[in-house]
Design a protein around this ligand. Structure first.
Ligand SMILES: Nc1ncnc2c1ncn2[C@@H]1O[C@H](COP(=O)(O)OP(=O)(O)OP(=O)(O)O)[C@@H](O)[C@H]1O
Length: 517
């Protein structure tokens, strides 16, 4: 590891009105290292990244990047710092190539040499995993490729300091590995890479050091060998709020023998995919895994009544009549007690113009309408408080806009909304994206309690480790269809991974998880 200090923050403070996002932040990163910034939702990580990038100015303290002060984003770029923020900023009406070089000595194609095209094509192909036509309009591409354009744009700048603020939160396993290979490459060239992430497996695999923030204060830095889930948790979370242990539950095969609460028969979630059947026993937790685009996302959205399947039908047991009733719409889902939580809060989840309170309580408004359709807010208050406490949502006033919350806390509001509806089935579509470690554990515990009381859970995740010690069964999607169901001891990394790649039960995966450069 190079010893040159590239990023230095001393005694930095930053407040937004009454909220003291950073109180005393000290930080140091060196050339040739991957340094993670870790902390609970709302602990100040993004604020720290924005200050380094010149987007925000500190109220107090000193910040230097490569020995220089940075007063604006332009300044930051000049000294060699590039940041990839959570938002995917791509100009739809410009070509892929123009998007890659936007802001760099003009975007006119005539000024850009052939070398640049070759370099852009190479980097993008490495990241995407296949070649991408540089001349097509970015607007015609799926979100996943747009995300790669943003990452490629940053890498093409050959930054000396690269900040990734939750840039891998929405990436699937295969994509994450490609991003890691690229990070390794930059590290080998002597760059400093700062990553803000809640994905523990990612941290352990790639970070050389990790600095932990708690409530706007940096509490310490761990070396590579010290980066473990337990160490991170104990530094991130005050002792009184820490779950006493990493309670792991044995997968309960018995739970799978209970009467069925939801069934899907002859389902085709994709146009040309093989038909499949699915069932959800009452009181069970079924995990759903798959690489990006294998049909699991369409599947859970069909179950939620958001989209229609190409064929087949979904039925849910009615609480009132105990009969299996067809579910074909969002309305049916609400009536049958099926709640949905999306991990893609920007597109499917939050109402950005509304308050935190309204965003959480929106699903129960209807049930509590008073005479003349007036919302009886006081009746909702205890429910709101219960969910905020249960999920430890860090909020100021409930009447503030939801967008004033940190990303992870917005996600917690969506999870709270699902519980608040008092459902019999909760469908979660990669809900823990951007949610901190402590809250993830709390979420698993709450879902366990929910299942023990007879509730049923379907949990889609892009992180294999989420299922282990949590799910009673893991259904793996491959090629647009349900490929394999795993129970008991098969709920482990190797069998899940094998099924995700469409491999036979006992075949080992010729895919190296530790693959680097
Ligand atoms: N523009 C803003 N206006 C008001 N409050 C803000 C603003 N930006 C951040 N905050 C508040 O500052 C605190 C720190 O937020 P920040 O986004 O830095 O946290 P974070 O650690 O990145 O969280 P997460 O893991 O959820 O992304 C939070 O309480 C947040 O609500």
């Amino acid at each position: 590891m190079g010893s040159e200090i590239t990023v230095k923050m001393v005694d930095v403070a930053k407040a937004f009105g009454e909220t003291r996002a950073l109180k005393k932040c000290d930080f140091e990163a060196r050339a040739g290292e991957v340094h993670a910034i870790v902390g609970e939702n709302g602990s100040g990580k993004s604020t720290m990244a924005k200050i380094m990038s010149g987007v925000l100015h500190p109220d107090a303290g000193k910040v230097t990047i490569l020995g220089e002060k940075v007063a604006s984003p332009v300044d930051a770029k000049r000294v060699g710092l590039t940041t990839i923020f959570q938002e995917v900023l791509v100009a739809d009406e410009a070509s892929v190539f123009e998007n890659l070089y936007v802001g760099r000595d003009g975007v006119f194609r005539s000024q850009l040499t052939g070398d640049r095209r070759t370099e852009a094509a190479e980097i993008l192909a490495r990241l995407v995993g296949k070649s991408v036509d540089l001349d097509q309009l970015a607007g015609s591409l799926p979100l996943s490729i747009k995300q790669w354009i943003v990452i490629a744009r940053a890498i093409l700048r050959r930054p000396q300091v690269l900040i990734l603020d939750e840039s891998s939160a929405a990436l699937d396993l295969d994509s994450t590995l490609r991003l890691h290979a690229e990070i390794d490459r930059l590290r080998a060239e002597g760059a400093t890479i700062l990553i803000v992430t809640h994905r523990i497996a990612e941290l352990v695999r790639i970070a050389d050091r990790a600095t932990i923030l708690r409530d706007g204060i940096t509490v310490g830095t761990l070396g590579k060998d010290e980066i473990t889930e337990e160490n991170l948790l104990s530094m991130m979370t005050p002792a009184d709020r820490r779950a006493s242990d990493a309670t792991e539950y044995a997968s309960r095969k018995k739970a799978l023998l209970a009467p069925l609460i939801l069934t899907a028969t002859g389902l085709a979630a994709h146009r040309s995919a093989r038909l499949f059947d699915f069932d959800l026993p009452k009181g069970s937790i079924v995990g759903v895994a798959g690489l990006d685009g294998q049909g699991q996302d369409a599947f859970i959205r069909v179950l939620a009544g958001i989209i229609q399947p190409f064929g087949g039908e979904v039925k849910v047991r009615s609480v009132d009549t105990d009969k299996m009733i067809a579910l074909q719409s969002l309305d049916d889902a609400a009536k049958l007690g099926v709640s949905y939580v999306s991990g893609d809060r920007k597109r499917e989840g939050i109402f950005p113009q509304q308050s935190i309170f309204e965003n959480l309580a929106i699903g129960v408004y209807r049930k509590t309408l008073g005479p003349l359709g007036v919302i009886r807010k006081p009746t909702l208050k205890p429910m709101f408080k219960r969910e905020v406490d249960r999920l430890r949502i860090k909020i100021g006033s409930p009447s503030n806009r939801i967008t004033s919350l940190s990303g992870g806390n917005q996600q917690k509001v969506l999870i709270g909304r699902a519980f608040a509806n008092d459902p019999q089935v909760i469908l979660l579509n990669d809900p823990a994206r951007g949610v901190d470690l402590g809250t993830k554990r709390d979420l698993y515990r709450e879902l366990r309690l929910f299942a023990e009381k007879g509730g049923s859970v379907i949990y889609v995740s892009s992180e294999i480790e989420e299922f282990i010690g949590f799910a009673d069964r893991v259904d793996v999607f491959f090629g647009g269809t349900l490929f394999r169901s795993l129970t008991g001891e098969e709920i482990a990394e190797a069998p899940i991974l094998a099924a995700m790649f469409g491999k036979a039960r006992d075949a080992s995966v010729d895919f190296d998880l530790e693959r680097t450069a």
